[in-house]
Structure formats: structure tokens, C-alpha cells
Design a protein around this ligand. Structure first.
Ligand code: CA
Length: 320
């Protein structure tokens, strides 16, 4: 056995003993990853999360984070400590369902309003997607008002979507950009407009999982083409437009998570079109569930697995 191995084993043992004794162990050093424009520092902010699904920032810089199993936390980003939010609605937690996204109202400092999406149980083995507006009062959800999908036809804004798992608002135009999962190939990004049919299951750039063609092919009159599509599929997740000061070269780009390959995909946008992409490989952390810009201009992401975590990306001091 090499001396360094002995040392590592000893260090790990000491850390385990300290952890058992409740001593706080300093965080591990940041990982370094190279990208086209920047060398990136990647640091865990909070760990021991069970299937994180969504997160958003409170005005004081703390984070609300959802776990798919129905728990929600307030996270102090300085210490990584997690506080349970109480009276979260009961969710149907199975397959892709559970507690989903969380959004902090732009005027939260005044009204303390948040929105959550989740799978609401209907019968023992069925559920429907619901949106809830609630007031966050001392780590407790109050004044809860719920809206289910309920097949309320006049409320349908657009249709022909297949399994969208990411959506964001363009900071300049106010357009809604969304990412959805195709089948085998054909994952799409669309700009969502009222009354438009986005094609599923009539047209798609993917194939059925048994290799057969979907619907009528890839295009049809009266049905929108995707703004952008991936073939093979990347399984896109949460996304956000970057507007911060820490990564000026990324300004205006759309950052999208990829569950399947553990990526953040940086999509270069140009006048409402996507002209190229860079794939930041983060697969050592796992499947990427959501990505957001923090108030300080760093980029934060969460992973999708039993031991998921919240991470922060900042530019490393050294220049590429
Ligand atoms: Ca489509």
C-alpha cells in the first residue's frame, strides 16, 4: 500500500469519527471544469436531498427547494442548513409525479406569495396536475388556493405538448419558452403562444420506442414546428435565461438541464432563434433537474437522484 493511500484512509476515518461526534467538517474543495469561455468552480451548497425537483430564490438570497416526495425546504445558502416548510399539500408521489416546481412571486417581499405545482391525488391510483398559490408565513404554507387541470377547456392556452419539464420567461420579450420530452429523439424547445398546436401526437422529430414513425411525420400545415429539437434526446429539464454579471459571455443564453446526460446545455440565442449550443458535462454529479441564475449572477443547479444536492457554479479566478 502506498503512503498516500494510508493517509487517505486515515483522513476518511478521522472525518467519520468527527462526523459521528457532530463536528462540522469543512466543505470539500470546489471542482474545476473547463468550458469554452470560462473555467468553472463547482461547489455543493446543500446536500442530502432526496430527488430535488425545483427551487427558487427568496428576496434575502435563501432558497425554497422541493423534493419530489412532498417535502419542501428553506435553504440557507451560506451554511447549507435546511428547514422544513410545514403544511405542504399531500402529493401523489410515484413515477414522474410528486411535488414539482416552486416559484417565488416577484413581489414576495410585500405579499409572501409562492406558487407550487404538484400531482394531486384524485383516487387511489390516479392524480392530476395542480397549481397552488400559498402564503409563506414563518416556514408554513397558509391561505392555500388550488387550481387543478380539471379538463377546464376554456383555460387551455396551447396544446400538442408532450411531457414539458422546463419553462421560463424571456427577460426582454416576456415570451414563454418551454422544453419538452419527445419519445426516441424529438425533444423540443418551443416559444409558447396562445391557441397554437405544437404537434404531439400528430408530428414529431422522434420515433416511437418500438422504432415506428409517430403520427404523420415531421411537419403539417397548421401545426407549429419546434424552435429547436434534439435527436438523440437529451431529456431536457428546468431552464433559465442567463442575465447576470459573473458570466458576461453567457448573457442572453438559455441554460437548460439534461437529465439523461447530466448536462447543462448553453443554448446561444439570436433574435428569438437558437444558433448553437455548448454542453457542460456535469454527469459526475448526476442527472440535472433544474438550473437557475442566483441573484449574485452565479448559476445554481440541482440533481435528480436519491442523494441529490444543490450546487453553485462560479467563474474560477484563472482565465481560460
Ligand atoms: Ca412539437
Amino acid at each position: 500500500m502506498k503512503k498516500s493511500d494510508t493517509f487517505t484512509r486515515l483522513a476518511v476515518r478521522v472525518m467519520l469519527i468527527l462526523a459521528a461526534a457532530g463536528v462540522i467538517i469543512p466543505a470539500l474543495p470546489a471542482d474545476i471544469i473547463k468550458s469554452q469561455n470560462y473555467t468553472l468552480n463547482i461547489m455543493p451548497v446543500a446536500e442530502d436531498i432526496d430527488y430535488a425537483w425545483g427551487f427558487d430564490f427568496l428576496p434575502d438570497g435563501q432558497i425554497l427547494l422541493t423534493q419530489k416526495n412532498g417535502r419542501m425546504f428553506r435553504i440557507d445558502t451560506k451554511t447549507g442548513s435546511k428547514t422544513d416548510i410545514r403544511e405542504v399539500p399531500f402529493v401523489a408521489y410515484r413515477s414522474q409525479g410528486g411535488l414539482l416546481d416552486v416559484l417565488v412571486h416577484p413581489d414576495f417581499a410585500r405579499n409572501r406569495v409562492i406558487f407550487i405545482t404538484y400531482s394531486e391525488p384524485v383516487t387511489e391510483d390516479s392524480a392530476q396536475t395542480a397549481v397552488m398559490r400559498a402564503v409563506l408565513d414563518r416556514d408554513r404554507l397558509t391561505e392555500k388556493k388550488c387550481k387543478t387541470d380539471g379538463r377546464a377547456l376554456p383555460e387551455i392556452y396551447s396544446y400538442g405538448h408532450r411531457n414539458p419539464q422546463g419553462m421560463t420567461v424571456h427577460p426582454q420579450t416576456g415570451e414563454i419558452w418551454s422544453a419538452e420530452h419527445g419519445a426516441m429523439g424529438g425533444d423540443e424547445i418551443n416559444i409558447i403562444r396562445a391557441g397554437v398546436n405544437y404537434g404531439w401526437p400528430v408530428i414529431s422529430y422522434g420515433l416511437n420506442y418500438n422504432g415506428t414513425k409517430i403520427g404523420e411525420g415531421t411537419e403539417k400545415t397548421g401545426i407549429a414546428q419546434p424552435l429547436y429539437y434534439w435527436d438523440p434526446s437529451v431529456a431536457p429539464s428546468g431552464m433559465t435565461f442567463y442575465s447576470g454579471r459573473l458570466f458576461p459571455e453567457w448573457k442572453g443564453n438559455l441554460l437548460a438541464g439534461s437529465l439523461k446526460f447530466g448536462l447543462i446545455i448553453r443554448l446561444i440565442t439570436d433574435n428569438g432563434k437558437i444558433s448553437g449550443e455548448e454542453r457542460l458535462s456535469l454527469s459526475q454529479y448526476g442527472r440535472i433537474r433544474d438550473v437557475k441564475e442566483a441573484p449574485d449572477g452565479s448559476v445554481m443547479f440541482i440533481t435528480d437522484q436519491p442523494d441529490s444536492a444543490l450546487y453553485r457554479i462560479t467563474p474560477a479566478k484563472e482565465k481560460n
